[in-house]
Ligand binder design. Sequence first.
Ligand code: PMM
Length: 291
Amino acid sequence: MTSEAHRLPDVGRCLVMGVVNVTPDSFSDGGTWLDPDKAVAHGLELAGQGADIIDVGGESTRPGAQRIPQEDELGRVMPVVTALAEAGCYVSIDTMRAEVAGRALAAGARMVNDVSGGLADPEMAGLVGAAGVPYVVMHWRGHSSDMYGPATYSDVVGEVRAELSRRVSAVIDAGVDPSLIILDPGLGFAKLPEHNWRLLASLDLIARPPGYDRPFPVLVAASRKGFLGKLLAGNDGQPRPFIRSDDATIALTALAVAAGAWCVRVHVVPGNLDAVLVATRWRQEGLAGAR
Ligand code: PMM
């Protein structure tokens, strides 16, 4: 283990995580990158466009999705993780399974992105702790087969913060270094559009779950999500198709960075990277003015 493995990536601005979904059914790009060669080429393209991290996932979490066998997930992600890591990319493995995370880390992945925040697999936090790699802990209330059943909140920000606080404490108890934890409000996961918007307007609070004074880095993954399509619905009330919500994603990236996001997870890099650069500069000036 090198000391590099024990630090969060830092490029002096919000990081851009490019998405490579090696799945037949992810909601915006399902099927496009299922072929390993195409997935690798896409990851290299995202990296070439300036993505700091390439997030490789093999299990769709679209609303209603059923779990897939572990062997299928491994078969999808391993060739892609291996090739991208060999090419020098900083690879994050998007999985809820400790076995998949462990195999991906052994193949050169350097970060674990777990949408279940350690809830789906009791072995995950211990594995990540032992590996000493950054760990994205997302707010999650259950598998995507019932995405909106648990989307009931009387105070979404308070409840998400409290539930994240419990996950942070559990993963630290399992051996994860607190300085390697990244929090994610889990937009769309057991969240209706009004919940997503309220959480986005409260990123500073998400960074500080109860019991923790030091803010955690926050990852925002709004790219192409259904709540953007709903906001952009035409006069007929039909949601805008995912593929046409990239400009709205870019707008949201700028706002999230200005609000202090540490990383944005996006499907399209160039416009989002520009938004990150603009908003980082804007934020620096605001922080300098406040001193
Ligand atoms: N959403 C998806 C997949 N992975 N990871 C994190 N940390 N946060 C998310 O909100 C998240 C994720 C589903 O979206 P996709 O189908 O566009 O990948």
